[in-house]
Design a protein around this ligand. Structure first.
Ligand code: ARG
Length: 465
């Protein structure tokens, strides 16, 4: 079969080379964007008189009919046509004949692929933002129901100070807000359109780049044709956002895995998101959370792959850049799938508030409060810290918590301790006294929940587009 670019060739491509060179097995995902970009290009060619209006209409009809064929799964992708761009062009030629050969006037596959991949990225960003919005809503919702669920806050994975389950989940909501904003800034930075850059040096035809830009919904045409075909920053930035987003999911998943151990037993993940063991009948494993944690590594790999591919590439297009797609598709799809599973998983998990409370009590998480109490009664902080440490040690030996010590015993350690101590170090008090902005008190967390509820209502989603 003669290639679309076969004019200067005397021999056929080697079969192995054809296979090695072809990207159709993965870039067929771009068909929608390729056709949309080609339609905009054909409209512009017709309007500027570069081709006849009638020819433009025929080509557009041909493109639409190929789109239908692909959607109905009756289009034959052929690796002999190398990639999505030439498969579609060859398809239109087959369908409407000679006139279709005018479609590629004033265009190169180099600006075409840069456009297609950018359009794919833009849609993916909007899709992920929609899921992030749902993710924030889920976290806010579960937080609202657990505003009084006391649990230990940890440092070094050692029980540290009392917080609430809501306070913990709202920390993850803040991360998701930053993920959303990171994608918002992606949309701002990468709102330029590469089509019209040609192979590298624009074109001698009187194209109207503002018109194609308008048709494709970009802010402006890119201002340097070399940059237009060389730029893959948008892939790097999107994979970087995917990596940070996955890192955030991985961190909450690590907590979910720990919390669902029998040793912690703070939560139970719903059966729908757990699996059993083929050998051990008693097992219920948090596989979804583990998989998200595991897949984070892959997404980092995707980011490293594109960064490494681009390093040292001279301007403009080099075939190395065909390697930009699989990593991008993988990173984007992994984040989308991970968000899609973690949202219902969080919404359906059971929170064992009695256990989180007992763990908070047993872990001396109110020891700082006891020290603060002494300070407020006039003891210097260093001495208060020492006295409290000795009380804790005594409790450890006796197997009791700070709330179980009698007043007489307290008095042995410090005469300053009175019976108001019990209220002061009650876990509810300890949480609600931490009322500094961002702290775990009911007042602060409710305020945070209100702010995020209002914020998510301002966010646009894919259905608004
Ligand atoms: N399949 C190619 C890619 O994905 C399209 C651009 C090819 N351009 C070229 N001059 N070989 O990068």
């Amino acid at each position: 079969m003669k290639k679309l670019w076969g004019g200067r060739f005397e021999k056929n491509t080697d079969a192995l080379m054809e296979d090695f060179n072809s990207s159709i097995s993965f870039d067929k995902k771009l068909y929608k964007y390729d056709i949309e970009g080609s339609i905009a290009h054909a409209i512009m060619l017709g309007e500027t008189g570069i081709i006849k209006e009638e020819e433009s209409h025929q080509i557009i009809e041909g493109l639409k009919s190929i789109r239908k064929d692909i959607e109905l799964d009756r289009f034959d992708f052929d690796k002999k046509h190398e990639d999505i761009h030439m498969n579609i062009e060859a398809g239109v030629i087959d369908k409407i004949g000679e006139v279709a050969k005018k479609l590629h006037t004033a265009r190169s596959r180099n600006d075409q692929v840069a456009l297609d991949l950018k359009m794919y990225s833009r849609d993916s960003v909007k899709m992920i933002q929609t899921l992030l919005k749902e993710w924030i809503e889920a976290l806010v919702d579960v937080s609202e129901k657990n505003i009084d669920t006391i649990m230990p806050g940890y440092t070094h994975l050692q029980r540290a100070q009392p917080i609430t389950f809501a306070h913990n989940l709202m920390a993850h909501a803040e991360m998701a807000v930053r993920d959303y904003k990171r994608l918002e800034s992606w949309l701002n930075i990468h709102n330029t359109m590469p089509l019209g850059s040609g192979a590298l040096a624009g074109t001698t035809f009187p194209i109207d780049r503002y018109r194609t830009c308008e048709l494709l919904g970009f802010e402006s045409p890119c201002l340097n044709s070399l940059d237009g075909v060389s730029d893959r920053d948008y892939v790097v930035d999107l994979l970087s956002a995917c990596s940070v987003g996955m890192m955030h999911l991985s961190r909450i998943c690590e907590e979910l895995v720990i919390w669902s151990t029998q040793e912690f037993s703070f939560i139970e993940i719903d059966d729908a998101y757990s699996t059993g063991s083929s050998m051990m009948p008693q097992k219920k494993n948090p596989d979804a959370a583990e998989l998200i944690r595991g897949k984070t590594g892959r997404v980092y790999g995707d980011l490293m792959a594109i960064l490494t591919t681009l390093k040292g590439l001279p301007l403009a297009y080099n075939k190395d850049m065909q390697e930009d797609k699989e990593c991008l598709f993988d990173g984007v799809e992994t984040w989308i799938k991970s968000l899609s599973i973690i949202i219902p998983m969080i919404k359906t998990m059971k929170i064992k508030f009695k256990n989180t409370f007992e763990a908070t009590k047993g872990g001396f998480t109110n020891a700082t409060d006891l020290a603060d109490y002494l300070v407020k009664k006039g003891v210097a902080f260093r001495n208060a810290h020492k006295i409290t440490g000795e009380i804790v040690l005594d409790c450890i030996y006796k197997g009791i918590s700070l709330n179980d010590i009698s007043l007489e015993e307290y008095k042995i350690y410090s005469e300053k301790i009175d019976d108001d101590i019990y209220k002061y170090i009650s876990l509810e008090e300890c949480v609600n006294k931490r009322n500094s902005i961002g702290g775990p008190s009911k007042e602060q967390v409710s305020n945070h929940i209100d702010i995020l509820k209002k914020y998510v209502n301002t966010l646009s989603t894919i259905s608004d587009i």
